[in-house]
Design a protein. Structure first.
Length: 109
């Protein structure tokens, strides 16, 4: 009985990826979800929101990308989702992202 030598299988290399064609027109920059602010401004805002929650008084919130300011009281500050729950005069709850709040001020009567 004689054995014949079987050649080892050759390793196949992965096919090379073709270079993607270059775009002729540059893509427009994406619109930012939130404004860029420094750490001092954010810390100051956090303190003001904490005081607003403790006082449970009516405040005016200027919010990024909202047409009109939001008037209400801070009900909850969620650290996990970074959402501030604001209850307005008619008892609706608005969940606003912390970074979207531009300014918190007292109500002018």
């Amino acid at each position: 009985m004689s054995f014949t030598a079987v050649p080892k299988p050759t390793k196949w290399s992965k096919p090379k990826k073709l270079d993607k064609p270059q775009r002729t027109t540059p893509t427009p920059p994406k619109e930012k979800k939130h404004l860029d602010r420094d750490e001092f401004d954010l810390e100051e805002l956090a303190v003001v929101l904490g005081e607003a929650k403790e006082e449970n008084k009516l405040k005016v919130f200027t919010v990024y990308k909202m047409d009109e300011p939001l008037q209400g009281t801070v009900v909850k500050m969620d650290a996990n989702t970074k959402l501030i729950h604001i209850q307005d005069k008619i008892r609706d709850i608005h969940k606003v992202h912390f970074l979207d709040i531009l300014k918190v001020s007292d109500v002018d009567y």
